[in-house]
Design a binder for this molecule. Structure first.
Ligand SMILES: Nc1ncnc2c1ncn2[C@@H]1O[C@H](COP(=O)(O)OP(=O)(O)OP(=O)(O)O)[C@@H](O)[C@H]1O
Ligand SMILES: [Mg+2]
Length: 262
């Protein structure tokens, strides 16, 4: 089982979109749990229509030990389970009493053996719950658009990982396999994207993986409201490449064996 977190210090960079695509792609070959750890609830709103349907069965309630983890897990498509978020998640910092740094890890631990991958979507600005995600992830992905403003914020995440993340991971026996940066909202003909990509590659080298183009089809979320429709979007192939690069071709080997059997 491996844990993949999508994090950034900036908002609106494509964390939730990337988490959604990558979770869906992986679920075609593996058993996946997607966790919405953002109080803005983007993914929760994608999968679940009403508050009534969520009925307070969210990750926050589990972290606060008010309900059991299994009560919150919903199957959203074949091989893909989901845990909804809570708009009050930001109160976690004040409310968490014990096991603070490792709370999310120990909360999810009982179901870890049921999944091949756990994917965590996190909020911007690195509040406590985003830090909990970093501190338990084998793969950390920082999506970033290519303006200087956005690239300048990448060290905020990296510095946190170096200062606390790695140490917290060691304590719970997790090792960071990879830290990757994915260019998002890329406009191939625009000079900001061209110079931004050059800068990103100069500063982060082979940690920069794939490239996700800015596309109207993603903005117009309605066109892919049904998760199976993600596969029909042009971004799907770009995200497939990101997942391949992130997992060092493990996915392409898996795709070949699955293809050979069918
Ligand atoms: N490749 C893309 N092309 C066009 N629009 C995109 C693309 N990726 C994301 N978007 C849109 O940009 C907005 C921000 O994306 P998203 O919600 O994935 O970012 P985020 O980093 O999760 O934001 P937040 O920090 O607020 O959680 C959304 O409206 C989304 O539909
Ligand atoms: Mg988001």
């Amino acid at each position: 089982m491996k844990i993949i977190s999508f994090v950034s210090a900036k908002g609106g960079v494509g964390k939730s979109t990337s988490a959604l695509y990558c979770a869906y792609i992986l679920s075609k070959f593996y058993k996946v749990l997607l966790v919405d750890l953002d109080n803005q609830n983007s993914l929760t709103r994608y999968f679940i229509n009403t508050h009534k349907e969520i009925n307070n069965k969210t990750i926050l309630q589990v972290l606060l030990e008010k309900i059991s983890l299994k009560e919150t897990i919903k199957q959203v498509s074949h091989n893909l389970d989901f845990i909804p978020s809570d708009e009050f998640l930001e109160s976690l910092d004040a409310e968490l009493k014990h096991q603070r740094e490792y709370k999310l890890f120990y909360t999810l631990k009982p179901v870890m053996a049921d999944y091949d991958y756990i994917i965590i979507d996190s909020p911007p600005n690195l509040p406590v719950h985003a830090k909990l995600a970093i501190s338990m992830s084998n793969y950390i992905v920082i999506p970033t658009p290519l303006s200087d403003w956005e690239i300048d914020t990448i060290p905020i995440v990296i510095n946190y990982i170096k200062a606390y993340g790695i140490q917290n991971q060691t304590t719970i026996g997790i090792s960071l396999d990879k830290l990757s940066i994915v260019p998002t909202l890329v406009e191939n003909r625009h000079s900001i994207s061209i110079t931004g990509l050059e800068r990103l590659k100069a500063e982060y080298g082979k940690d920069v993986i794939g490239s996700i183009s800015k596309r109207e089809e993603i903005k117009q979320q309605k066109t892919y409201r049904n998760i199976e429709n993600l596969e029909k979007t042009l971004a799907y192939e770009e995200y497939l490449k990101v997942v391949e690069l992130l997992l060092d071709k493990k996915l392409s080997q898996k795709r070949k064996t699955v293809g050979a059997k069918s």
